[in-house]
Design a protein around this ligand. Structure first.
Ligand SMILES: O=P(O)(O)OC[C@@H](O)[C@@H](O)c1c[nH]c2ccccc12
Length: 267
């Protein structure tokens, strides 16, 4: 069985760095304080519901991602303004937004997340590397409507517990997998929302076949999101023809001077 110990090197490095950050953050802001902040946070906006609505109406549901930098591609956008990007995405018809908050490898921040969420009415996923229950409470305190859980970096019991905790706080969870074994683990916890990451974190190579190969294993009642490397109108058409209607796209939008314009042309 794949476990956190088998995670690709880049994921291990990110998680090690993150563990130090979380330890320091717990000192700066004890759990009880974060819990209080979570209790008075803005109500959740319904992340999965927004995807389901778009798709029920016959449209593709786009989770449009804001990220300044990625470990695989480096700087994507020098003039990074999360509030402006959020408004452009919302105006262009995105169903939901994704905002990177990881600091060391993606140059994200909690402030980016807050700015983006305040600038629109769409539901947002906090994109980070979550392994500690503290981070789940922190996400809700920030106003997150959904959190990402990456199967490759979590033990099964951890995955189950974090998933239950996030749902108890009212959030949706995007459970990310990359292969059949990880998908089995996501299905075992009955995750309603599963993302197939087309990026191989060992090589950084993206291939939409990753989604196409796994699609038959995903029950019709599960909302499937295809993630990463979606760059052309052909990619979108191929995936939709195969029955995938929710898309998480970052790089293709971020490289364009007007990310919202790119969203409109791609979808
Ligand atoms: O920029 P892309 O290739 O369109 O991919 C977006 C998103 O899928 C990618 O950023 C991502 C997928 N899973 C992640 C986990 C952590 C950080 C980032 C990611």
């Amino acid at each position: 069985m794949s476990t956190a110990a088998d995670a690709p090197d880049i994921l291990k490095r990110i998680v090690e760095q993150k563990a130090q950050r979380v330890a320091a953050q717990k000192q700066a802001m004890p759990l009880a304080e974060v819990e209080s902040a979570a209790q008075v946070a803005d109500p959740v906006r319904g992340f999965k519901a927004a995807l389901d609505q778009r798709i029920a109406a016959g449209h593709a549901a786009v989770i449009a991602e804001a990220k300044k930098t990625s470990p695989s591609k480096g700087l994507l956008r020098a003039d990074y303004n999360p509030a402006e990007i959020a408004q452009q995405y919302a105006a262009a018809g995105a169903a939901c937004l994704s905002v990177l908050t990881e600091q060391d490898f993606f140059k994200g921040s909690d402030a980016h997340f807050r700015q983006a969420r305040a600038a629109c009415n769409l539901p947002l996923i906090r994109k980070d590397f979550v392994f500690d229950p503290y981070q789940v409470v922190e996400a809700r305190a920030l106003g997150a409507d959904c959190v990402l859980l990456i199967v490759a970096m979590l033990e099964q019991a951890q995955l189950q517990d974090l998933h239950t905790q996030a749902q108890a706080l009212g959030m949706d969870v995007l459970v990310e997998v990359h292969d059949a074994e990880e998908l089995t683990r996501a299905l075992r916890i009955e995750a309603p929302l599963i993302g197939i990451n087309n990026r191989d974190l060992r090589s950084f190579h993206t291939d939409i076949d990753t989604t196409l190969k796994l699609i038959d294993e995903v029950p019709a009642t599960t909302r499937l999101v295809t993630e990463s490397g979606i760059a052309t109108v052909d990619d979108v058409a191929t995936l939709r023809a195969a029955g995938v209607h929710a898309f998480l796209v970052g790089e293709a939008f971020m490289r364009h001077p007007d990310p919202g314009e790119k969203l409109k042309t791609l979808f």
